[in-house]
Design a protein around this ligand. Structure first.
Ligand code: IDP
Ligand code: MG
Length: 140
């Protein structure tokens, strides 16, 4: 296994309920290190471009509206096998299907307002990190 970096987003449903610290504790307890973090309000253009892979899906418009409905916390997480490890502790997209103890099982409100985003491959992680962070903002 190699040390990897992955992009995490704490979504507006979670920042609204003041859950940043509780979610960060799940990541840190899993051995993931937060090596960059910034709270921001995404623009419609940013959210639309970030989720462009989902453009053809019926929920795209609502997803973009949701992602700009409040602040998000953008993060780079680092650790052994970080991409898969992060996906594991996030849980399934639909919180009803997420394993107990995962962030989505514990905190998500719905399949859309599901509290966290995580990159789904190392290649996407690299691109998603670059979308939001300059190399100088990441301190390992
Ligand atoms: P993931 O976040 O687990 O990788 P994706 O399939 O990549 O799931 O979907 C991206 C995001 O789009 C989800 O996290 C969720 O916020 C939203 N989403 C996915 N499926 C649905 C749906 O069926 N209805 C509404 N929103 C959805
Ligand atoms: Mg995804």
């Amino acid at each position: 296994m190699a040390v990897e970096r992955t992009l995490s987003i704490i979504k507006p449903d979670a920042t609204r309920r003041n859950l940043t610290g509780k979610i960060n504790a799940v990541f840190e307890d899993a051995g993931l290190r937060i090596v960059a973090q910034k709270r921001t309000q995404l623009t419609e253009a940013q959210a639309g471009a970030f989720y462009a892979v989902h453009k053809e899906r019926p929920f795209y418009g609502e997803l973009v509206s949701f992602m700009i409905s409040g602040p998000v916390v953008l993060q780079v997480l680092e650790g052994e096998n970080a991409v898969a490890k992060h996906r594991d502790v996030m849980g399934a997209t639909d919180p009803k299907k997420a394993a107990p103890g995962t962030v989505r099982a514990e905190f998500a409100e719905s399949i859309e307002a599901n509290s966290v985003h995580g990159s789904d491959s190392l290649e996407n992680a690299t691109n998603e990190i670059r979308f939001f962070f300059a190399e100088t903002e990441i301190v390992g």
